[in-house]
Structures are given as structure tokens and as C-alpha cells.
Write a protein that binds this ligand. Structure first.
Ligand code: SAM
Length: 353
């Protein structure tokens, strides 16, 4: 299968099912964001939208509606294989073939996290029924490890909007109103996903350096945004004409170029919140806690004091003490401690606040 390398990122010109089988190892991808062909004659979609196709790149490969169920099962099976345990997948889907995708997700054992509705502008105009102006975004995870979710990547949980509401809460509601990009006179792909939508998924579900895969690259919008946010990217596009044009454009995307445009969330709280616990942090916690409780301090007072000393929240201290096998008395239970003792730090530990 033909491939091109752009800044160390590899993209394949070919079928994603065969391509993933040949080139992407098991459990190697942190995040998949993808927008499969809709199986509704997407190659003629402009007729629905009554759009001027002058600037739309030709070559879009559609999947016949009759084979959509089997096609979905095959590519989602591959997506699950390449995703690491705890990795996330976002699939954008219209409603016509949604049930095939939901069925395939269930069959392959990926687990639902959220069913998001993306409301966009420029819906399909109708006069005898409601105007259709949403897509479904199926946000699932591969079981087996703690999923990354960067709670405060965009808004701190303590931030307040001018009307006293919480921007963090609002940003995490499962209905997203994000407009499509209007690009008069510029080359575009059919159904190109807006950068704003992609940035949101990438910020919540990946970190810099993570590997992000798009099974259906189309206009390479996922890859472009991922690289712009300093993630690594890979993926597949079957159409030769789209692939050649978009790979060429991608060479102009400087890694990290979108980072300066991100807002800085205002995060209040303990200074070490979010930092992984080291072995030495854990040893200090256990010995200080034991000493404090043995010298008469209550558990509550000891936890509060250690929170201040170690720059961590109460919940984090309590959870780590439990993991280290500390019982209410302050004594360490040998068996529990041996099970979760030093050297047994899991991905879940690293995500604790
Ligand atoms: C809905 S578009 C993706 C749009 C893309 N997310 C964007 O923002 O531009 C789906 C793309 O999948 C491609 N495609 C169709 N079948 C494919 C397959 N089996 N493997 C890889 N790509 C395929 C189509 O040519 C089309 O470009």
C-alpha cells in the first residue's frame, strides 16, 4: 500500500481495513477520531445540500448502502484492535446508517461513554417536515485501563461565566453547537469536519505526543488538527486524488501551530493536582500518616494536614491511602499493601489528582 510521511507521521493511500491489518500494531493508538462514508451516496451529497461543487475535491469513495453493516463491522473491529486499552474512539455518523454503527460497536465490545449530538448550521432544507441539522458522535472506549479525560483542559471546574454558570459544565454537555466552516472560494472536502469540533475532542481525550488515527482521512482535517496540537497522526484514505492533494497541503502544517490559539483554563486547587504519584510521594504519605495518627491525630485532621503538605486534594490523599492499604487506625494492612505496593503503579494511579 502506498504511503507518505509528513513530519514523521505516516499516512496510507488505501482501504483502512486492509491497511490497518498490514501496518498498525495491536494496542498502539491512543485515540481514533473518524467520519466514515455515510452509505447514502455521499459522492452525490451536494444534490441534497444544493451546493456549488466547484471547489469540492472529487474522488470521494462511497460505500454501497447494501454492504454498510458488514463494512462497519469490519472497520470497527480493526479500530478496536489498534486502540490501546483505555483508548477513546469518536465516530461521526448521520442517522440513516447509525444503527449499523451502533450494532458494530456493541459486537466488537467497545463500551459507550457518551452519545453526543453535534448540531450544525446549513441543515438540509425541508418544507413539509423539520430541518435536519445534527449528526451523532459516538464516543466509546476500549475497556481494560483507565480512559484519559482531561477534565480541565479547556475550562477550570471553578470558573464562572458572567451569568454565574459553569463554562466547564456547559462545555461538557452532550449537545455540541458548532458551526461548519464556510470556506468560499477555497478547496474543501465533502463533509469536512470543523477544526473547532476536532480541537474539542483532541483536548479532552489526548495529550501532546499521543498517536491519533483517522480511518477515513478525507480532507485530513483530523490529522491537520492533531498535528497542530502537537499530537502524532496516522490514517487511511482510499481515494488517490484526495490523498495526493491533502498530503501535499499537510506539509505546510507546523507541529504545535494551533497551541497558541488555545485558551488557558483557570485552574484553582492544590499545586500537585493532576501530577502522577511517585514511589517516594507514596512512601512519604504512608509514613507521615502513620506518624500523625499514632501521635493522636484523627484521620480527618491527618488527611487535611497531608493535603497541605503534599499539595494534593483530600480525595486524592484518601484514595492513595486506601490503595496503600491504610486502614482507619492508620496501620498498614500487609496484604493490601503488597498487592498495590511500590512498583505496581498503574495507569489509573497516574491519572489521580
Ligand atoms: C466522510 S469523508 C471523511 C471526511 C473527513 N473527516 C474530513 O473532515 O474531511 C469519508 C472519506 O472516506 C474515504 N473512504 C471511503 N472508503 C474508504 C475505505 N475503505 N478506506 C479508507 N477511506 C475510505 C472517502 O473517499 C472519503 O474521503
Amino acid at each position: 500500500m502506498r504511503f507518505e510521511e509528513v513530519n514523521g507521521n505516516i499516512f496510507y493511500n488505501g482501504d483502512c481495513i486492509m491497511g490497518a491489518q498490514e501496518h498498525i500494531p495491536d494496542n498502539s493508538v491512543d485515540l481514533i477520531i473518524t467520519d466514515p462514508p455515510y452509505g447514502i451516496n455521499g459522492d452525490r451529497l451536494h444534490q441534497h445540500y444544493n451546493r456549488d461543487e466547484t471547489f469540492v475535491v472529487g474522488g470521494y469513495v462511497e460505500v454501497p448502502a447494501a454492504g454498510y453493516g458488514e463494512f462497519s463491522l469490519n472497520w470497527i473491529r480493526e479500530a478496536k484492535r489498534i486502540l490501546r486499552p483505555g483508548g477513546s474512539i469518536y465516530i461521526v455518523s448521520g442517522y440513516t446508517n447509525l444503527y449499523h454503527i451502533l450494532h458494530a460497536l456493541r459486537e466488537t465490545g467497545l463500551t459507550e461513554v457518551n452519545h453526543i449530538i453535534w448540531k450544525y448550521n446549513f441543515g438540509v432544507y425541508t418544507s413539509r417536515k423539520y430541518v435536519s441539522s445534527h449528526y451523532h458522535i459516538l464516543y466509546y472506549e476500549k475497556p481494560g485501563a483507565e480512559r484519559r479525560f482531561n477534565l480541565e483542559s479547556r475550562y477550570g471546574v471553578g470558573e464562572k461565566a458572567p451569568d454565574n454558570g459553569s463554562p466547564n459544565y456547559r462545555d461538557r454537555e452532550d449537545v455540541w453547537c458548532i458551526n461548519r466552516e464556510y470556506k468560499p472560494g477555497q478547496v474543501k472536502n465533502k463533509n469536512e469536519l470543523p477544526t473547532e469540533l476536532l480541537i474539542k475532542m483532541l483536548q479532552y481525550s489526548s495529550n501532546e505526543g499521543d498517536l491519533v488515527c483517522d480511518m477515513f482521512l478525507g480532507g485530513f482535517s483530523t490529522a491537520r488538527t492533531a498535528i497542530g496540537l502537537n499530537r502524532r497522526a496516522t490514517g487511511f484514505e482510499l481515494s488517490e486524488s484526495i490523498f495526493d492533494l491533502r498530503v501535499k497541503e499537510l506539509r505546510d502544517t507546523r507541529p504545535g501551530c494551533l497551541l497558541p490559539s488555545l485558551r488557558t483554563p483557570r485552574i484553582e486547587g492544590p499545586e500537585n493536582r493532576g501530577r502522577p504519584w511517585t514511589e517516594s510521594d507514596r512512601k512519604t504519605l504512608v509514613s507521615r500518616f502513620t506518624r500523625l495518627t499514632e501521635s493522636g491525630s484523627t484521620k480527618k485532621a491527618a488527611v487535611e494536614r497531608l493535603g497541605r503538605e503534599l499539595g494534593r486534594g483530600r480525595w486524592s490523599i484518601e484514595k492513595m491511602l486506601k490503595r496503600e492499604g491504610i486502614r482507619r487506625s492508620g496501620r498498614q494492612s500487609r496484604t493490601e499493601n503488597e498487592e498495590s505496593g511500590p512498583g505496581r503503579q498503574t495507569r489509573a494511579d497516574q491519572g489521580q489528582h
